[in-house]
Write a protein that binds this ligand. Sequence first.
Ligand SMILES: CC(C)(COP(=O)(O)OP(=O)(O)OC[C@H]1O[C@@H](n2cnc3c(N)ncnc32)[C@H](O)[C@@H]1OP(=O)(O)O)[C@@H](O)C(=O)NCCC(=O)NCCS
Length: 161
Amino acid sequence: MGNVGIRAPRNGSAITVIELDTSWLSACLDLDQRCLRGLWNEEQWRRELEEPQRLCLGLIEGERLLGLACGWLVVDELHITAVAVDPDRRRCGLGRSLLDALLQRARMEGARHATLEVASDNTAAVGLYDSHGFQIAGRRPNYYRDGRDALIQWCRLTPTG
Ligand SMILES: CC(C)(COP(=O)(O)OP(=O)(O)OC[C@H]1O[C@@H](n2cnc3c(N)ncnc32)[C@H](O)[C@@H]1OP(=O)(O)O)[C@@H](O)C(=O)NCCC(=O)NCCS
């Protein structure tokens, strides 16, 4: 995905968006543990990285995975399943770049809408999605293990070209 390469806002070194494959499995597991409270186990991550209907993009700096964004393509919808940025590198625009790249990739695959669920008190993620035009379409009470509600959000994707 050469056209979505970006520059690191902090130290000027190159940060690139790539399509992740299984060579990034342990890095995904590690970032998941640090950012997403262990969303998926190793087998689930392997599936995520292998199956063609699943998009999984990473932001890398050298050999280091700084962030990831994943989603499933279902007909003309992108179901976003995970977006995470290394805690040491937040608030530098990396989450925005990742989400831009994921939505752009989904458009190229023919997606016309994107949807996701996000914890209602996740201010950072809600702010990120809001800034990309996601709107709240509903709420699932007690959706998460700790009793938090989930907001269901949708966004219409304008076609490329
Ligand atoms: C959500 C997350 C991916 C944002 O990554 P990030 O790189 O810090 O985000 P960015 O710097 O690109 O910020 C983009 C926009 O998101 C919003 N945002 C990000 N962090 C925020 C915060 N702490 N508080 C409020 N808004 C925030 C803002 O609208 C921001 O735009 P601005 O900088 O112009 O104000 C990151 O906080 C994260 O990994 N959180 C843990 C995992 C998670 O909850 N993922 C989402 C559920 S799947």
